[in-house]
Design a protein around this ligand. Structure first.
Ligand code: ADP
Ligand code: MG
Length: 696
């Protein structure tokens, strides 16, 4: 019998296929390209393309596409047939080396934040050879970067690759000072945990808000929510299990390492974690995961919601991004190790991370700032909008001992010396207890918990890589000139903890007192996207990106505009959807309902047999008062939208936050109050109870 893993990666042009289908010489050259992450050697492009085409056609493919990640946040693809016409009405299958290396999609319809005005509308895509091509459906997918003709990045992936280069460069400089001479390069790794909701497709189609915006814009709480905590890790329902089974099969074929699946805290909420990989490949795979989830759900009569907060009052969805650094020789640089030298290396890299997170806390916050995630960050079920690091008590105590030149927990007589004394072993599982921290050390990696469920992990990883590269650079500058490397490493660790310990917080991040405490420590707290984005172009941030060759000034400028614009568009779309639903669905339903009561009242009066009608009068009054409130709220929101004419993208975005969102909240409030008193069969859309509990 075929085993589940026999078909793993069957749809991927992986190393095994390459070896089988390429000459030894071409294969070796391609391996080298993949290892170095450099552009494909044009001299072998033709042979590689040919082998890919043969393989893809055997897999049933008829088309190929350069698959890229524009700033819309989704992926983009344009399919071209392998078909070429020949004389005499014949056709052949063609796929040239040029077609593999470079594509030329029209860039003018993708967000570019002003780059379009300055540069030509044309863009190009180029294969990222470190990410394997694969066949999905009838198409050969080629993972690519997307740039303007002047080489300005128009996507999320280019900066990610640049940041990995920056980090590799600096980490290699550091490793020269340790016993790691055999290391050729350092890569960053990412392992995302993807949260999502599954709801019934028929119900979904009855809700314009879900269809147009991905979240419910109206909806009173159901009698049952998540208060019983009976869903987390609960038994997986048959329909969901069937979905997961199908999903895994598809993902495994595509070489995606889907591993852990379980029910999450909210009803109808689930999670899938993949095994970590190099950051860029993991980013591609996470896009495949999200797209496959949506597709497979449809097949099962379900809809997969990836929005950060589909339902008010129940937990939202995030995407924990596990992150670390790994050498090509297999060393995890955030693994504490056993020897004093390994300990020193670990403590130095750890210090770089602590310093990076403290100095660029605003950029980390910005990297997860979206209209969707604003509904989640800072609410009591998600990490706060304040960035801090959880290290666990043991590791914190070790660092404090180093800072104060004292023995660790009085367990020895001599103070800890980095690189000389061993750090005491600390239990790993202890470090994972705190679930409220936005950035937690979990034994041999960090878990960044702020990213939203629908967002690409490219940008959060880009910020992490770049900020850490910057601190490693500063460390390496010192060590390269050092006369006593051990002593200087000790000093670097000591100074870091002294200067940056304000970012370490092992307490409960959901506790309101933390906000006050964080403010005292001088940590930044940007509760919404526009306020966060305001700091995107701060001098130190521009300097970071530019000096590490991750983003140019123009690219930063363009991204700033795109992010603000995306925020504004999202909120405006939600507002328009609300107005449409309020006017066309809710008001008519309410009128019908109150009409029914009025008719009944009149009937009873006409008969005049002395029926008790007080309750009907008071019900009618309530419905009437609430619906006039609803009506006024729609007028208010309409007016607010009309006034949204500011030219400056920041002004416009902050207006949408401060004014438009506030009016939306009012409108929702009156509608939700009505929902509670209007009869179920009159209410024009499925309620929370149905949406959250109907999948069996
Ligand atoms: P939890 O829910 O407790 O956080 P999971 O097992 O669901 O744990 O997820 C852990 C994630 O961390 C997995 O995706 C795993 O592959 C990833 N991971 C483990 N080690 C590393 C590493 N060195 N770098 C990046 N990610 C890692
Ligand atoms: Mg986790």
């Amino acid at each position: 019998m075929e085993k589940f893993y026999d078909t793993f990666g069957a749809h991927v042009f992986n190393d095994k296929e390459m070896k089988k289908r390429l000459t030894d010489e071409t294969y070796q050259l391609l391996r080298k390209t993949i290892k170095n992450g450099k552009e494909l050697d044009p001299s072998i492009a033709k042979d590689v393309a040919n082998a890919m085409k043969e393989w893809a056609i055997e897999m049933g493919a008829t088309h190929y596409t350069h698959w890229f990640q524009p700033l819309t946040g989704e992926t983009a693809e344009k399919h071209d047939g392998f078909i070429e016409s020949q004389k005499g009405g014949r056709v052949v299958a063609e796929f040239s080396g040029k077609n593999l290396i470079k594509g030329e999609p029209d860039a003018s319809s993708f967000p570019s934040g002003g780059l379009r005005d300055t540069f030509e509308a044309r863009g190009y895509t180029a294969w990222d050879p470190t990410s394997y091509v694969f066949v999905k459906g009838k198409t050969l997918y080629i993972p690519t970067i997307f740039c303007s003709y002047n080489g300005e990045a128009l996507d999320h992936k280019t900066p990610l690759l640049r940041s990995m280069d920056a980090l590799n460069k600096q980490a290699m400089r550091i490793l020269k000072h340790f016993d790691n001479k055999d290391v050729d390069h350092v890569k960053t790794t990412a392992g995302p945990e993807q949260e999502y909701f599954l709801i019934d497709k028929d119900l979904y189609e009855k809700r314009k808000d879900l269809m147009f915006t991905g979240r419910t814009l109206f909806g009173a709480p159901a009698p049952k929510g998540q208060e019983l905590d009976d869903h987390y890790f609960g038994v997986i329902k048959t329909k969901v299990a069937d979905f997961m089974d199908d999903l895994n099969k598809e993902l495994w074929q595509l070489g995606v390492l889907a591993k852990t699946e379980h029910n999450e805290v909210a009803p109808a909420q689930h999670e899938l974690a993949t095994i970590f990989l190099t950051s860029n490949v993991s980013t591609d795979h996470n896009h495949i995961v999200m797209e496959t989830m949506k597709k497979v759900a449809q097949k099962h009569g379900l809809v997969c919601l990836l929005h950060e907060k589909p339902f008010a009052g129940v937990n939202g969805s995030g995407k924990h991004n596990n992150w670390s650094l790994k050498t090509d020789t297999g060393i995890n640089l955030l693994e504490p190790g056993d020897t004093p030298s390994e300990n020193a290396r670990f403590l130095l890299f750890l210090s770089a991370v602590i310093k990076a997170v403290d100095e660029y806390q605003d950029l980390l916050r910005i990297s997860v700032a979206t209209a969707g995630n604003d509904n989640r960050l800072g609410a009591s079920e998600a990490p706060p909008a304040i960035v801090s690091i959880f290290l666990g008590d043991e590791l914190t105590a070790i660092l404090e001992a180093i800072e104060k030149d004292v023995p660790y927990q009085n367990k020895s007589k001599t103070p800890m010396k980095v690189g000389v004394t061993s750090i005491p072993a600390f239990p790993k599982d202890n470090t994972d207890r705190n679930r409220t921290s936005p950035f937690a050390f979990t034994g041999n990696k960090f878990e960044f918990r702020m990213p939203g469920s629908s967002q690409s992990i490219a940008t959060p990883n880009t910020v992490l890589n770049t900020a850490v590269a910057e601190e490693l650079k500063k460390f390496a500058d010192i060590l390269d000139k050092s006369k006593d490397v051990k002593a200087d490493i000790h000093k670097l660790v000591k100074d870091t903890i002294k200067e940056h310990k304000r970012i370490i917080f092992n307490g409960n991040g959901y506790d309101p007192s933390w906000i006050k405490e964080a403010e005292k420590r001088g940590l930044s707290n940007y509760p919404n996207t526009p306020l966060a984005l305001k700091h995107y172009k701060d001098e130190k941030n521009v300097e970071l990106y530019v000096s590490n060759s991750v983003l140019s000034k123009t690219e930063i400028e363009s991204r700033y505009e795109v992010y603000l614009e995306t925020y504004t568009k999202t909120v405006a779309l939600e507002a328009r959807t609300m107005l449409d639903m309020a006017k066309k669905d809710i008001m008519p339903a309410v009128i019908k309902y109150s009409g029914m009561i009025a008719k009944d009242l009149k009937l009873k009066k006409d008969i005049a047999l002395g029926f008790a009608t007080d309750y009907e009068v008071s019900l009618l009054k309530d419905v009437s008062t609430l619906s006039s409130g609803l009506y006024l709220a729609t007028l208010d929101l309409e007016k607010a939208l009309e006034k949204a004419t500011m030219e400056d993208p920041y002004e416009l975005a902050i207006y949408h936050h401060d004014v438009v969102l506030a009016k939306m909240t009012k409108l929702r409030d009156s509608a939700d109050k009505l929902e509670v008193i209007v009869g179920t069969e009159y209410w024009p859309m499925p309620d929370y109870g149905k949406l959250l509990f109907s999948v069996k």
